[in-house]
Design a binder for this molecule. Sequence first.
Ligand SMILES: [Zn+2]
Length: 393
Amino acid sequence: MEDKTTKDGIPFPWELGVFDAHCHPTDTMTSISDIPHMKATALTVMSTRGEDQELVDEVAKQLGDYYHGSKHGNGKIVPCFGWHPWFAHQIRVEGDGEDTTINAIESKTRHYRNVLTGTMGTEAENIAFFKTLPTPKPLSTLLSETKTRLLAHPNALVGEIGLDKAFRLPMPWQEDELDSRNSGLTPGSREGRKLSPYRVVIAHQKALLKAQLQLAGELRRAVSVHSVQGHGVVLECFQELWRGYERKVESKRRRKKMVDQERNEEEEDDDDDDKEKEVDATPLPYPPRICMHSYSGFPEAVKQLLHSSVPSDVYFSFSTVINFTGPTVNRVKSTLEALPDDRILIESDLHTAGKQMDDLLEDVVRTVCHVKGWSLEDGTKLLAENWRRFVFG
Ligand SMILES: [Zn+2]
């Protein structure tokens, strides 16, 4: 079985459907026209910051939304709307720093002083740095804008959101750097700039993450979660939302009976293919499905996220770039080996669409199949089913 997935020259079964669970093609808008020619079936396209929300919305409108089981042809895009932790400082959580008795500049300075830790050295230097940052956007505005976009795309998810303890804000652009900057890249990301000493305080990141998880629950959308050195706080955040809604831990025998029952019901549903599946729109206090993207956490954390009392279905997504290169590769392999087959997703996490993205997807599918001991065909099918279940429930 191993040979089949690793041997060169085995044609890759694109026709079975390959879905990128997490990518950022709107970071390179010139690559968007390559998407219709890609071999991948559909892309789950993240937004992260002020500069890309509108772009993700536009790309989905232009190339079409992907729906499960649509009989009228399908688009290529599952748009995702969310605010990434790298830009968390740009959001003003209500009540924080807002004071009508002070002017706009003072109010902005106060906000950044509250949400950032670290110092340039002198107070004057700190204030000069805060001045280069944008006027913060109120959380309520972000949430209502995100909600409008999610409602405009019934297939859309919430993402990319999360927590990052390692991240530091980049230094402001210098004149000479601006001259040589690649104008094909959507502004707002780091683009190789030097890092400042400032980090975003965890409580602030957590408040933003929690609010977006709650919005996802309200609209019953899945979420794509970024977590760097923050697995404990992310779990804490989930647990605060799950509290009081835990699933009853059933005995193994009873669980098996329930699974059999569900399976029978599903088979009955299959007989009735023409009937549209009824969608339950009742808001939830937590997101129904969660994807831990480019997952590099420890197996112990996986156990907690997959505990039978957890009311959200948690998936784990892997990329070649983050997970299968670098120092965490062995840990990732043992995590992957221990994961149940139906909770694994694959992604490119790439900032540009086209052949490079297809190549990365092929690569990660082959690697996952190899580690799990699946045949390429069975594995590709399984990963496609997992993605559909993650996105559409
Ligand atoms: Zn990402």
